[in-house]
Design a protein around this ligand. Structure first.
Ligand code: NDP
Length: 241
């Protein structure tokens, strides 16, 4: 059995591409999702990757689910990809507390919930790879996304701190910040607005999920053991720091 990888939100979009790539790399992969059973079953049937349904926004659920995964697989999680994410866009002056909290729970508190649930065993084993999916909009901000931009900026600080705490334990912690990638999340954007977005991408197109999966695969590999606390942009040149 190869390394054990857990991809949160790994049944659709970017997460699904990451799960498939890690499986191709020889890992034993499991994916989580929150509610879309049909997509999860379809994904599992197509890929042979086992799926687990739990809300990454709630700590107890994550503790229970990661324990179940470890019991089922007979080993601890070696590679964690914190990918689950949602958007609930509105200008701040119209945003409800519910939309703020939902995005912070799913996109930021989930970092603590899932990472906290697996990191003690990574430390004992002296190996771990934690890769979290941020966003271009956590780096540059975006109108209508004060909740999302906050969460995606927050996970960078989280990853730097956890990288420092665990650098001597063989655990690396990194962030990938994608630009606009062709998934259902982006297909939800009004076509006219999307056209405007694509016109601002120097490469002239949306990114593809497999392009995020390739870098995740490298960061998860043994070759990447000197890379930690870093944030990598994959955005077609749309935002350069
Ligand atoms: P999708 O909407 O295509 O897929 C989201 C996945 O996350 C689904 O598997 C979904 O499960 C799962 N999920 C949602 N909420 C929860 C939750 N509370 N607990 C557990 N799982 C959950 O998203 P994308 O593939 O587009 O995005 C993946 C990540 O990449 C997100 O973090 C997103 O913010 C980030 N990102 C995406 C960009 C893009 O352009 N697409 C750009 C920059 C960053 P279910 O199917 O059950 O709903």
């Amino acid at each position: 059995m190869g390394k054990i990888a857990l991809v949160t939100g790994g049944t659709r979009g970017i997460g699904a591409a990451i799960a498939i790539k890690l499986k191709e790399d020889g890992c034993t992969v499991v994916s989580s999702y929150v509610g879309n059973v049909e997509k999860a079953e379809e994904f599992s049937k197509k890929t042979g990757i086992k799926t687990y349904k739990f809300d990454a926004g709630y700590f107890e659920n994550c503790q229970k689910a990661t324990q179940e995964i470890e019991n089922d697989l007979g080993s601890n999680v070696d590679i964690l990809v914190n990918n689950a994410g949602i958007t609930k866009d509105r200008f701040l002056h119209k945003m409800s507390p519910e939309d703020w909290t939902a995005v912070i729970n799913t996109n930021l508190n989930s970092m603590f919930n899932v990472t906290r649930s697996v990191i003690e065993k990574m430390r004992l084993k002296k190996f771990g790879r934690i890769i979290s999916i941020g966003s271009i909009n956590g780096l540059k901000g975006q109108v209508g996304q004060s909740n999302y931009s906050t969460a995606k900026a927050g996970l960078i600080g989280f990853s730097k701190a956890v990288a420092l705490e665990n650098a001597s334990k063989g655990i690396t912690v990194n962030v990938i910040a994608p630009g606009y990638i062709a998934t259902e999340m982006v297909k939800k954007i009004d076509p006219e607005i999307l056209k405007g977005i694509v016109s601002q991408i120097p490469v002239g197109r949306l990114g593809e999920p497999h392009e995020i999966a390739s870098l995740t695969s490298y960061l998860a590999s043994d070759q990447a053991s000197f890379i930690t606390g870093a944030t990598f942009s994959i955005n077609g040149g749309q935002y350069l720091q």
